[in-house]
Design a protein around this ligand. Structure first.
Ligand SMILES: CCCCCCCC/C=C\CCCCCCCCCCCCCCCC(=O)SCCNC(=O)CCNC(=O)[C@H](O)C(C)(C)COP(=O)(O)OP(=O)(O)OC[C@H]1O[C@@H](n2cnc3c(N)ncnc32)[C@H](O)[C@@H]1OP(=O)(O)O
Ligand SMILES: Cc1cc2nc3c(=O)[nH]c(=O)nc-3n(C[C@H](O)[C@H](O)[C@H](O)COP(=O)(O)OP(=O)(O)OC[C@H]3O[C@@H](n4cnc5c(N)ncnc54)[C@H](O)[C@@H]3O)c2cc1C
Length: 667
């Protein structure tokens, strides 16, 4: 019988049975005890602040309330960050994730893209002019790039900015319905400015897409300015807290100084000055792609906390007649669905950590004038963004399904996590398109390999001998696993290149050959990302200093990640007989062994993520495991239960019971 107070006894047992100290693992995940302490301090500041607790739960709010409440929370977060002098992005991130978990900010784009774009693409003078206004929220802005007709193909954007040398102004126009800006976050009702991506025309020539600062609303009345039509695009799959918007521009004049001119310029007479690399204007997208990796990992980690704790508490079905019902976590099928996701959440966390460091290092080089690493940064960020958002979105959904009926309720917290993470597959570059960008890079690398040119370190695996067979033995060594992933990726890259070559030889143009090979190219890009993430996970557990018990447990988890990925994608690993059937059996057996090995540590692994209940906002994922009382309290708090008999009973049910349907004929 489950108790209704204290920690659920099954969960308490799980915690006693783990083989390592949870605190040691938290220290490793968050890069040391001091950082764990700091993170807890920031979480506490938010979760203990009565301001955030005064609102009704998100799932009981109307769309308008979702927007309004979330806006209040984020403006308060903004104020508190200033008061508390939280200037580091990591500090703001931890404070915010606890203050408004999975509630997308109505001023989020202002922080995540508007300010960074000014910082990175603006001249010193522009930064001086706009940043203080943006910091004080006098200017609230967004990143308005996508149009109704074009999101992916940004060179095809239709919005125009035509330079008029007589007045030294740009004239902005949305010439067609499809050219209307559509989707930008916070655009509909919140922002008074936006950075508009538009085709620049000067001296009668099109110079490609560039960024322009456009004021769209009056700073006092907040009314749209002349020539501006702006509004909210309506309800979506999620993101109800966010006023994604539309914007139509009709002959809107802005001063020449409003074009972001750090790299490209239009001189007073209309002369155009090119940037050192046209893609430098895509920098803000790269920043957000890099951030999405950590964001996706966090979503899957939280979903794993909820579903694994719940699986330890939930009992269902007598295993032997008349016996005790088993904890559902003891069913091998439950373990097979959840533990690889647990492993994936760690893999993605480490990938996010890597991505963040790599982004900072490479952008520092770019800022210093060295653009050599831009293609690598683009390929890695596009690939990891797509791979992580795909894996984590699908993983969150599986976690939800693993919670049975209760997973379908907002009480589980899982639907909210899902609708927050899944747009990451679309925004900031649709995932298939991002994978094709990776493939483009891989094909270039393949060309270099053919020409005997040097490859960057992370691509050197491509020169592997594809006739070699796997070194896998019963031990299932980590290095053999990494080699398997690299072998598969190298072969798929070669096969995609061969497919293109064959099409060209058959008389197709290079573009046709590319289009005729995009499925194979995407396979190759995914295989490359899978190899990259696996290798990173292996290197993290093998090379990092950590407590030995933690290392041993984490090694099993890492092995599970790698073995499961092979077993689930077996075709790609045996296509060229890299593994023989004996080795396949070894891997399948190992997979089952690893599930059993991880079983005693499953709860400890999720506890180590150290998410307080206030952040999880889940009746099923509570630290104390008192899920049933929590579900009952949640149901009782539903506004549907405020009245014993609803008005609709008198209005509709009762008359129907009496055979009266007149009210419908009025419609
Ligand atoms: C362990 C845990 C620790 C925890 C620590 C926590 C710390 C965290 C701290 C901070 C984290 C903060 C987290 C915050 C979380 C926030 C996340 C979520 C925020 C959500 C906000 C939502 C925002 C959504 C906004 C948007 O969607 S904006 C719109 C985005 N749009 C797109 O992305 C469009 C996609 N399309 C394109 O990018 C391009 O059109 C294209 C597909 C790339 C093609 O471009 P184009 O046509 O110009 O290319 P081509 O002419 O064909 O040329 C291709 C060549 O160009 C090169 N290229 C392309 N792009 C780039 C680039 N960006 N950089 C460099 N080079 C580029 C390409 O490689 C080709 O080169 P070539 O040599 O082959 O020719
Ligand atoms: C929640 C949310 C927030 C957003 N916020 C912003 C924002 O703040 N600012 C902003 O500017 N935009 C924003 N967007 C827009 C977003 O960036 C775009 O939706 C995204 O870039 C995808 O473009 P699209 O919608 O045009 O998709 P499409 O390109 O029309 O994609 C449709 C399908 O076509 C396929 N496809 C397209 N091109 C190719 C190709 N070349 N090769 C193969 N397949 C292809 C895709 O894979 C996809 O399956 C947001 C979107 C969402 C959902």
């Amino acid at each position: 019988m489950a108790t209704t107070t204290g920690v659920n006894s099954d969960l308490a047992k799980e915690r006693n049975n783990s083989t390592f100290d949870v605190e040691e693992l938290s220290n490793f995940i968050y890069r040391g005890p001091e950082k764990v302490k700091r993170r807890r301090y920031l979480h506490n500041l938010a979760t203990k602040d009565p301001f955030f607790r005064k609102f009704k739960p998100w799932a009981f709010q109307t769309r308008e309330e979702q927007y309004e409440i979330c806006l209040q929370k984020h403006l308060y977060i903004n104020k508190k960050c200033k008061e508390l002098n939280l200037t580091e992005p990591v500090d703001k991130f931890f404070y915010t994730e606890a203050a408004a978990p999975h509630e997308n900010s109505p001023i989020g784009l202002h922080t995540v893209m508007f300010i960074p774009t000014i910082e990175k693409q603006g001249t010193e003078e522009q930064k001086k002019r706009w940043l203080p206004l943006a910091e004080s929220l006098k200017m609230i802005g967004t990143y308005a790039q996508t149009e109704m007709g074009h999101g992916t193909f940004i060179r095809g954007l239709e919005t125009t900015a035509t330079y008029d040398p007589r007045t030294r102004e740009f004239i902005l126009n949305s010439p067609t319905i499809t050219s209307m800006k559509y989707w930008p976050g916070n655009l509909g009702k919140t922002t008074n400015h936006c950075l508009v991506m538009a085709q620049l025309y000067t001296q009668g020539k099109n110079c490609g897409i560039h960024m322009f600062m456009v004021q769209i609303r009056d700073l006092e009345t907040h009314m749209p300015l002349a020539g501006i039509e702006v509004g909210d695009i309506g309800p979506k799959f999620g993101y109800g807290t966010n006023d994604n918007g539309f914007l139509r521009l009709s002959n809107v004049r802005i001063p020449r100084e409003n074009m972001l001119m750090r790299y490209s310029k239009v001189l007073e007479d209309g002369t155009y000055v090119k940037p050192p690399n046209a893609k430098i204007a895509y920098g803000s997208m790269v920043l957000v792609r890099a951030a999405i990796v950590t964001d996706a990992a966090r979503a899957l980690a939280q979903a794993c906390v909820i579903s694994i704790r719940y699986s330890a508490v939930r009992r269902q079905t007598e295993v032997s007649p008349g016996g005790e019902e088993a904890q559902i976590i003891d069913y091998q099928t439950q373990q097979y669905r959840l533990f690889p996701l647990l492993a994936t959440s760690y893999a993605m966390y480490f990938a996010g950590r890597f991505m963040y460091d790599f982004y900072l290092k490479t952008t520092a080089e770019i800022e210093g004038g060295n653009l050599d690493s831009m293609p690598q940064l683009h390929a890695i960020s596009a690939g990891l963004k797509a791979f992580s958002s795909w894996m984590c979105s699908a993983g969150v959904e599986t976690c939800r399904l693993c919670c049975g009926g209760h997973g379908y309720s907002h009480a589980s917290g899982l639907p909210k996590i899902y609708i927050d993470v899944v747009p990451g597959c679309t925004y900031e570059g649709e995932n298939n398109v991002m994978m094709l960008q990776v493939a483009r890079f891989l094909m270039k690398m393949y060309g270099k390999l053919q020409n005997g040119e040097a490859l960057p370190t992370f691509m050197q695996y491509m020169s592997t001998d594809l006739n070699k067979k796997s070194c896998m033995t019963e031990e299932v060594a980590l290095n053999c696993l990494v080699m398997a992933y690299e072998h598969r990726a190298a072969r798929m890259i070669r096969d995609a290149a061969a497919s293109m070559e064959k099409l060209v030889q058959s008389g197709k143009s290079p573009v046709e050959a590319w289009n005729g090979s995009t499925v194979m190219l995407t396979w190759a890009a995914i295989a490359h990302c899978h190899a990259f993430v696996t290798k990173l996970f292996v290197e993290t557990v093998v090379k990092s200093r950590m407590d030995s018990k933690v290392q041993s447990a984490l090694t099993s988890l890492c092995k599970l990640y790698a073995v499961h990925g092979i077993v689930e994608n077996l075709g790609g690993f045996i296509q060229d007989q890299f593994f023989d059937s004996k080795q396949v059996k070894i891997l399948q057996k190992k997979l089952m062994q690893l599930l059993a090995e991880i079983r005693p540590n499953a709860v400890a692994f999720v506890d180590a993520f150290d998410y307080p209940d206030e952040v999880l906002q889940s009746c099923l994922g509570r630290y104390d495991g008192q899920v049933y009382q929590a579900l009952y309290d949640y149901a009782k708090s539903s506004p549907m239960n405020e009245k014993e008999v609803l008005d609709s009973y008198y209005k509709y049910i009762k008359p129907a019971q009496n055979g009266k349907y007149q009210q419908y004929s009025k419609l």
